[in-house]
Design a protein around this ligand. Sequence first.
Ligand SMILES: O=C(O)CCC(=O)C(=O)O
Length: 269
Amino acid sequence: MEITKSQLNQFDQVGFFKMDRVISRKGFQEIRERMEDITQGRIQYPGMSFQLDGSSKAYDSVPRGGGFQGPSDNYRKIQGWEKDPVFLKYMQHKIFRDLTQKLIGDKVSIYRAMFMNKPPQSGTNLPYHQDGGAGWGLSSYLANQFVTVWTAIDNAYVESGCIQVVPGSHKLGLLSDQGHTITEEQVKEYASEEKSAYLEAQMGEIFVLHNFLLHKSGINQTNKPRRGFSVCYMDGTITRVNTSEDTGVINPNYEFPIMFGENAMKAAV
Ligand SMILES: O=C(O)CCC(=O)C(=O)O
C-alpha cells in the first residue's frame, strides 16, 4: 500500500485527493466505538480538549473549549486523540508514513488530531478558511511542511454538511496573514459556488487536503451525525511560538507529538 504518483499529481494540481478506507472494517468499527467511549466519558485522558456545539449554527457563537464537559453527542470539536492507542495506531498507519514522507520528510509531528462533528439536525457553519498563517502559533507555515488527512467516521453528504472545497485554491497561497477564515470579498473573488466541489464520502474514506486549500462545511440536515477525524501532519522541526485555539495548544510548554521518525510516540500497551 503506497501513495501513487497520480495521487501526488492530483494533490499538486487541485489540492486534494480521495482514498479508500485503509484499515479493515473491524478496525474501523473499533475506531467508531472508541470515539463513542470518549464522547460519552467512558474513557478519559487528561489534556484532551472538548468544545460543545453552539445553539445558533453560527460560527462566532460556538462556546470556548475546555476539558470534558460530561457525556454528550453534541461535541463539535475534540482534540488530543493521539493520547488514545487506537487512534494513535491509525494516525501512524504505514500509508500515512508514506504520504508524509513523500510530502514532508522523515520527521513528522502533528499540530492537531481533531474530531469535528455535525450533530443530527444541527451543527455549526464553518466558513471558508485555510489551515495556516501566523494565527496558528507555529514557527513556520510553508506549504510543503503540512498535510491534513480527513477521515469520514460517518457517511458525509451535502445534506449532512460534508466538506466543500475550491479545487486549485491552494495555489493562491495564504489569503490572510493570520490564516483561517477569509473575507466576504475574498469569498466572492475566489470561492463562488460554481468553482467549488463537495467532498462526499462513505464512512472510512479519506480526503488528503493541502493546508492552503479553501474549505468550509455546513450544517447537518439529516437525522444521523456527520463526524470527521482530521489529522494535521507537519514537519517535525516546527515548534510552537504562541498559544492557539486552532491547534488546541494552550499550555506554553507544549511540544507537538511526533508521529514518525526519531522520538515518535509509542502507544502504551
Ligand atoms: O470536518 C469539517 O467539517 C471541517 C474540517 C476542517 O476544517 C479541517 O479538517 O481542517
